[in-house]
Design a protein around this ligand. Structure first.
Ligand SMILES: *[C@@H]1O[C@H](CO)[C@@H](O)[C@H](O)[C@H]1NC(C)=O
Ligand SMILES: *[C@@H]1O[C@H](CO)[C@@H](O)[C@H](O)[C@H]1NC(C)=O
Length: 215
């Protein structure tokens, strides 16, 4: 199974979009996003089009699919104001590195689902996710992340976060911050600003380990 298949199977929502839209991206590389209405949702399919930067996207788009492009650098001005956007996928960029700068998603402040997984050599500004107060799901799996991602303030602004996928990284740490005792193996507490200590629960799922943040 390829990494792409495993990732999409793990993340049910993505899987549906890929099934619905795979035919479009498989066709002769269009240079602009394919806009479609899927179940009353405006979807911009810009996957696998060789984009080096964010392409033109209609401001009313609710689902933005940008996986499998060649984007290497994102900053606050990279995106137009996409206040309707709820879902954004940036997984598996092909250029081999991706840097996400300060407040890169601030103009997409209504996002609830963000997929940045499968990006080798992912580099994050420690305020990369600032302004994403409504984000519920953040996928950062298979991205060469190390223990440092659980320190600093990466997730501080994510007040609505329900699921953070960090599987497939190089995270050894058993606990974060000044916690009494480093707790049971498999439980990684993470502090999300404005909440009590939250806990990572490890559970087995088909194909591998999943970690879910529960408040
Ligand atoms: C995107 O990256 C792939 C893999 O490195 C490369 O083969 C392709 O030429 C790149 N496309 C563009 C438009 O740079
Ligand atoms: C979020 O959506 C509401 C309306 O649905 C809009 O008024 C607001 O400006 C949006 N927020 C951002 C940051 O775009």
């Amino acid at each position: 199974m390829t990494l792409a298949t495993i990732r999409s199977l793990q993340n049910g929502t993505m899987f549906c979009w890929i099934i619905l839209l795979a035919t479009c991206s498989a066709m002769a590389a269009p240079s602009s996003c394919n806009l479609r209405l899927v179940k009353n949702t405006i979807v911009a399919n810009c996957m696998a089009q060789g984009h080096l930067t964010i392409p033109d996207i209609s401001l009313s788009t609710e689902v933005i699919l940008l996986s499998f492009n060649n984007i290497t650098y994102l900053k606050e001005s990279s995106f137009p104001p996409l206040g309707c956007a709820k879902t954004l996928t940036l997984g598996m960029q092909l250029a081999g590195k991706l840097y996400i700068g300060e407040s890169a998603f601030r103009r997409l402040g209504n996002l609830t689902f963000l997929d940045v997984g499968g990006n080798k050599h992912l580099m994050l500004h420690d305020k990369a996710f600032a302004g994403l107060g409504k984000l519920e799901v953040l996928l950062l799996d298979h991205s060469d992340l190390k223990d440092g991602v659980l320190q600093n303030s990466y997730f501080e602004d994510l007040l609505s976060l329900k699921k953070l996928d960090l599987t497939g990284n190089q995270i050894q740490m058993a606990c974060v911050g000044r916690l009494e005792g480093c707790l049971t193996k498999g439980l990684v507490p993470v502090r999300v600003k404005g909440t009590e200590w939250a806990r990572w629960e490890t559970r087995q799922e088909a194909g591998g380990e999943h970690r879910t943040l529960s408040k």
